[in-house]
Ligand binder design. Structure first.
Ligand code: URA
Length: 216
């Protein structure tokens, strides 16, 4: 009983602190921040018609993995295999990503894997800025819900969507960045590694830094 009272007092204290902070920021109405569940969000994505990609997609690709993952991989957009199966990174680039994850000592189900765009661009063309701008809120809410320790951005589109930086990936990679207090490691996209296998060594250097950060 005493324990419950103590917990209640603690909750009241933090709600009062939250209200004071809202008031100090000039916000008079009281509202609690809404954390969208991953399931709820995926249902929203399934019926999304914000950009024209819904017309050509076979399946939306929300992302999959551990909803409490400490590590999230963010790619660019679904390709043909992903569009057919409704799952992220299940084609050739996905096989290579699986090898990277396993070399780090994890299973795919330990981490979370998703993309900036949830629908396949026709012929796997690059995402358009307008598509990224419209889809980014889904990614942001996914990350807010998972709240990982580290995000690994695969390629330039993931970096520009999360970091608002347009430096070439070759300049950004290997150096931790910040996304809303979460460490972000930019690295090369697995599809790039399929074309340039000599760059695998650099990605492995980046993954070692991620592993070290996760152990802290
Ligand atoms: N490339 C991506 O960026 N994402 C996928 O899901 C597959 C390939």
């Amino acid at each position: 009983m005493e324990k419950t009272r103590k917990e209640l007092r603690e909750i009241i204290r933090s709600v009062k602190g939250y209200m004071r902070a809202q008031k100090a920021a000039g916000i008079e109405e009281f509202f609690l921040p809404r954390r969208q569940s991953l399931e709820g969000l995926s249902l929203e994505v399934a019926k999304c018609r914000q950009c024209p990609l819904y017309k050509t997609r076979k399946n939306p690709v929300f992302g999959q993995g551990n909803p409490r993952a400490h590590l999230v991989f963010v790619g660019e957009a679904p390709g043909r295999d992903e569009d057919l199966k409704g799952l992220a990174f299940v084609g050739r680039a996905g096989e290579l990503l699986t090898k990277i994850i396993e070399a780090m000592g994890f299973k795919r189900s330990d981490v979370y894997i998703c993309n900036v765009l949830k629908c396949r661009p026709p012929q796997n063309r690059n995402p358009l800025p307008s598509e990224i701008a419209l889809c980014r809120a889904y990614l942001q809410q996914q990350l807010e819900s998972i709240n990982p320790k580290v995000i690994c951005c695969l390629g330039k589109f993931a970096c520009s969507a999360l970091l608002n930086q347009d430096f070439p990936i070759s300049k950004l990679r290997g150096k931790f960045q910040d996304y809303r207090g979460i460490k972000v490691m930019p690295t090369f996209h697995p599809a790039y590694l399929l074309r340039n296998p000599q760059a695998k060594r650099l990605v492995w250097e980046d993954m070692r830094k991620v592993m070290a950060e996760l152990k802290k």
